[in-house]
Design a protein around this ligand. Structure first.
Ligand code: PRP
Length: 181
């Protein structure tokens, strides 16, 4: 389904070719930063899977891969940003150089929680790479070391991002006409 147009698209934000070219650039930056080391990529399910695999193929240092599953919800008073781990890592990250790989950073609540949690496991280093950064929606400040694209405050699908679990397998990223955030 990589290139097929789906109903409800307003416009394509990034084409497959643009995504591929940008991922290669970011992978080169990462390869340079971690030269001579082994890197552990941690993907946050489910959205980051497409980005993580594309990125990993262009990274030129040895990589290990692991995944975290999380649940996010509001607390009793309705405040957002409550996150918990639903599927933990398979391996220890103690002493490892870890790169947390996200599909998108919005409010920053998820990333703040994950960074706090993973830092407690004493990796040698802990950095963040995101495919998309919707910085205009940020509520808590979080460090982002590598990013592919900054995006506007619109609802987007494709390349891992979903609408009711659909459209993750699009090769491009598109803005939807009917917003659902
Ligand atoms: C997305 C994304 C991040 C989180 C970012 O996950 O993968 O984990 O939202 O949002 P925040 O910065 O506001 O915390 P989502 O809950 O959509 O799950 P998915 O990856 O399974 O689609």
């Amino acid at each position: 389904m990589s290139g097929a147009l789906i109903p409800g698209i307003e416009r394509i934000l990034f084409t497959e070719e643009q995504i591929d070219a940008r991922i290669r650039e970011v992978a080169a930056e990462i390869s340079q930063r971690y030269a001579g080391r082994t890197l552990t990529l941690i993907g946050v399910l489910k959205g980051s899977v497409f980005f993580l695999t594309a990125l990993a193929r262009h990274i030129e240092v040895p990589v290990k891969i692991d995944f975290l599953g999380i649940s996010s919800f509001s607390n009793k008073s309705g405040s957002p940003g409550v996150v918990r781990i639903a599927k933990d890592l398979d391996e220890s990250i103690e002493g490892e150089d870890v790169l947390l790989v996200e599909d998108i950073v919005d409010t920053g609540f998820t990333l703040r929680y994950l960074l706090q949690t993973l830092a407690g496991r004493t990796p040698n280093s802990l950095s963040v790479c995101t495919f998309l950064d919707r910085n205009s929606r940020r509520i808590v400040q979080v460090p982002v070391d590598f990013r592919c694209f900054e995006i506007p405050d619109r609802f987007v699908v494709g390349f891992g991002l979903d609408s009711n679990q659909l459209y993750r397998n699009l090769g491009y990223v598109a803005v939807m006409k009917h917003e659902k955030t």
